[in-house]
Design a protein around this ligand. Sequence first.
Ligand code: WTA
Length: 635
Amino acid sequence: MSNYHIKHLEEYYQVYRKSVRNPEVFWEEIAEEHFLWRKKWDKVLSWDFAKPEIKWFEGAKLNITENCIDRHIYTRGDKTAIIFEPNNPEEATQHISYRELHDRVCRFANVLKDQGVKKGDRVCIYVPMIPELTVAILACARIGAIHSVVFAGFSSKALSTRINDSDCKLVITADGSYRGAKTIDLKGIVDEALESCPGVKTVLVAKRINSAIEMKPNRDYWLQPLLDDAYHDCDPEIMDAEDPLFILYTSGSTGKPKGMVHTIAGYMVYTAYTFKNAFQYREHDVFWCTADIGWITGHSYIVYGPLANGATSVMFEGVPSYPDFGRFWDIVQKHKVNQFYTAPTAIRALAKQGAELVEKYDLSSLKVLGSVGEPINEEAWHWYNDVVGKNKSPIIDTWWQTETGGMMITPIPFVTPTKPTFATLPFIGVQPALMDETGNELKGNQVEGRLCIKFPWPGIARTIWGNHQRYKDTYFSTFENMYFTGDGALRDEVGYYRITGRVDDVIIVSGHNLGTAPIEDAINEHPAVAESAIVGFPHEVKGSALYGYITLKEVGESRMHDNLRKEINQLISDRIGPIAKLDKIQFTSALPKTRSGKIMRRILRKIAERDTSNLGDISTLLNPEVVQEIQERAL
Ligand code: WTA
C-alpha cells in the first residue's frame, strides 16, 4: 500500500515526479497492487494523440464488478456498501451490505441475460436515484453489457436521441420518481421517447411511487417479480481491459450530444486511485457525493470509485431543499458523513438560507469537503469553509470532466494548502499545459491560457460512440499532440491552477453543461422564431444562467411577448429538459453578425453580462446599428 495514500506535500511532489517521469511504471504498480485481474496485461500503455488512440493495460482480463463487489465479500461482507437515503426523511434509510449488493447485482444480471442482453449490447438506464440504479449499472458491467445512463431529469426527446444514438435495445426505468414534494411521471416520458425508438424491444420498470401507469404488453415488465425469480449468483463475464464499460452523453458546442466511451481497466484504476487519495478515504469512513448518478460525478464517485475501495457510499434520492434547506446537514449528522462532495450551485443556494440551518446540526464527523462541476466563487468557498467546515475540513476544489473519467486538478486534503477559487495542483500522473491561441505552450508561472493535457492518464475517454472523427476534432485537433479540455486556466506564482471557465460554446448552468446549439435548435422550432442566440450571464445561485436573443419572423405586438417567452421555454423543456430554460429572453429586430454571417456572440455575451464599456470594434459588422438597439433594450 506504499504509494496509495499521500501523506504530506513533499511526498506529493515525489510521487508526482515519479508518475510523470515514468507513467507506465507508476500506473503499473498501482494496478498490480490494488486490483483483481483474471490475467495481467501485456503492455501498460500505448498511445498516439494524433490518431487518436489510447490503450491502457492491453491484454489484461478482468471484471470490474469482481473488483467492486466480490473481492470485498471475504473481508467486508457485512460492511455497508450503499446507504440509501430516501427523498422523504420519514421513510426508512436502507443499508445495503456488500454481500447483499452481490446478491442483488447477480439477480439483476440474470434478469438481463434472460431478456437476451449480451456482452457488448447497450442498455439505457433512465432511473432516479434509487438503489435499482446502482444495481442496474453493476448488473450491466457484470455481464459485459455497456450501460448508458441518461439523467432522469431529461426530456423524452433528449432520451430518445440518446437511446437511438447508441442503439439500445433495452431500457430500464421506474414508474416515477420523487423530487421533493413533487412526483415525476418517468414512465410516461419513456413511453413518449420510445415512440421514436423502434430498436427498443424491452422495458424493465422498477416500482417506486406506485402510480397507475400503463404497461405495454410484450414490451414492459415489472422488475421486481423478475428479480425475485432470478438466480442469486451470476458468473462475471471476463472482459478485456479496453472493452467499453459505459457511454455517458455530454453536451458539445454543436449539434447532438457526444456519447463519451469509457473502457474498463483504466477507468477502474483511475477512479479508485483518485477516490482514495483525493478524499483521503479510510476504511470506516462514510462518503457522500450529492451528485446524481446520471452525471459522471455520480458514476465515478458514488458507484465505481468508492465501491472499488470497499467504501460506504451514500446515495440520496432527494433535493437539498426538502423538507427544508437543512436536509443536507440532517443527512450528514444522521449518517456521520466524513467526506462530503457537492457542487458550487448547491453551496450558493444553501448559503442564501443563512447559517442557522447549518448550525442546528452536528457536523463534527466531517473531515473533507469537496466541490465539483464549475468554478467556485470566493464567497461560496468561504461560506463552505467557515460555516460548514468550521475551518478545519479542507475544501478540495476538484477540476475534471466527463471526458477525463476522474479528478485531474485538485488539492489533496491535509497535504496541499488550499487557496480559494484555485483547484491548485495537478493530480498524480496528470500533466497539464497552458497554451496560447497560436498553439505555443506557456511555460513558467503567472501565465493564463487554454488548458490542455500532454500525456494520457488511465481514465481518459477513448472515443465518442459512433463518431471517432468528432472525438479527434473536438479534443485533439486544436493543439497538436495535446488533449484540449475546452477550459481556460491560469497558473499563479506557485504553480497553482485556477480554472477560468469554458472557452467554447458550452455554458455551465447549476453545474450542468449545456451546449448553446441544441438550445437554439429547440427555440428555432417555434413557428414565430426566425433566429436565436444563447449566451451565459452571471447568476447568484446557478453560477451562470441563460440569456436568449431572439428575432421573430414578424414583429408582433409586445403584449404577445410574454406568451411567446412561456412557449419558448416550454419548447426547450420538452426538447432538452427544464434545466435548459432561459432566464431572460430579449426579442430583437436582428442579431449582430460578421460580414461572413457569423453571429457575434462575444458582443451579445458582454451585453448580457452588463459589461458594455468595451464592446470592441463593431464597425466591421454587417449590421452595427443593431448593437445599439440591443443594448438599449437589454434585460
Ligand atoms: C467545469 C464534471 C471549475 C469545467 C466533473 C469542465 C469546473 C466542465 C470544475 C466539465 C472546477 C468542473 N472548477 N470548473 N472544480 N469542475 N468544471 O463534464 O468547465 O459535467 O470542463 O464534468 O465543468 O463538466 P462535466
